[in-house]
Design a protein around this ligand. Structure first.
Ligand code: GLU
Length: 285
């Protein structure tokens, strides 16, 4: 068994991260397996080396040890680019210049909470119908200026398999191409700022690291159908997925970096012990 913890160094770890890390670590250790660490820092506008250092420090303090070298995604941008090139050449991608506002305007019933899937607004395919833009436009427009807001989207019509299967929390899940078209839409594979997207890099790296079991929060459960579709397309193995409940604050709201969820570092500074953290996330009574 190979599990992993894959934090983004865009802020301090909070209780939700500690829960994911402890579960993934303990699951591997319980069977003599391997626990890996991956730093997901493709978004260089938000990632900070200081947060990465803090992650190592917090994990060590929690008593979690990881095996082998840490895999840092910003060191692997060339690998993701090559995969994107291959997908482009095989006709799976198209350039999309729609803004959020364009997409909202094109959706037939843009109501609050509707038309939103695990990759954001369900794209109505406006740019796909045109299919006029060359790949270079993604990075550079014809005038030589960077093309604003251009992304590369995956054309779900070109998905090689009609049925995507994966295991989530011990249950077999089956998703058809039509399900993906309805619930996800043509999702983003490449972004101008980061080159790759979260979905593509996570799938490539889980395969490269030989991850057999992905342990992460339920907020990513819906994204798993995207990951399984990419695995099928790229001929990569699909790990077992385990999505745990989200840790909520006293008001029942899920913890998030953007809301300044209380950092593990703050609990530490206030004198909490690693056992206190395990207690707070419900792992010990
Ligand atoms: N980097 C993601 C995050 O910090 C987690 C990705 C994953 O576990 O698949 O939310």
């Amino acid at each position: 068994m190979i599990t992993r913890f894959a934090p983004s160094p865009t802020g301090p770890l909070h209780l939700g991260h500690a829960y994911s890390a402890i579960l993934a670590h303990d699951m591997a250790r319980a069977v003599g397996g391997t626990f890996l660490l991956r730093i997901e820092d493709i978004d260089q506008t938000r990632a900070r080396p200081a947060w990465e250092v803090q992650i190592y420090d917090d994990l060590a303090w929690l008593g979690l040890t990881w095996d082998g070298p840490v895999l840092r995604q910003s060191d692997r941008m060339g690998v993701y680019d090559n995969v994107i090139d291959g997908l482009w050449q095989r006709g799976h991608l198209y350039v999309c210049t729609c803004t959020r506002r364009d997409i909202q305007a094109a959706l037939s019933a843009p109501q609050e909470g509707c038309n939103v899937g695990p990759d954001g607004l369900i794209y109505p395919g406006t740019c796909k119908a045109q299919r006029r833009l060359r790949r270079e436009y993604w990075q550079q427009s014809e005038s030589g200026m960077p093309a604003r807001d251009a992304v590369l989207r995956f054309d779900l019509d070109t998905l090689s398999s009609d049925l995507i299967m994966f295991e989530n929390n011990g249950l077999n899940v089956e998703v058809t191409r039509q399900d993906l078209q309805r619930d996800v839409g043509d999702f983003v594979i490449g972004r101008k700022e980061s080159g790759t997207s979260y979905h593509l890099s996570v799938v490539i790296d889980d395969a490269v690291q030989g991850v057999t079991d992905v342990v992460r929060g339920a907020d990513l459960a819906e994204a798993t159908q995207i990951h399984a579709a990419l695995q099928a397309l790229l001929g990569l193995p699909t790990p077992r997925y385990h999505h745990h409940d989200l840790i909520r604050d006293a008001a029942g709201k899920r913890l998030a970096k953007r809301d300044d969820a209380k950092a593990i570092a703050t609990f530490r500074a206030e004198g909490a012990s690693p056992a206190d953290i395990r207690r707070m996330v419900g792992l010990i009574p």
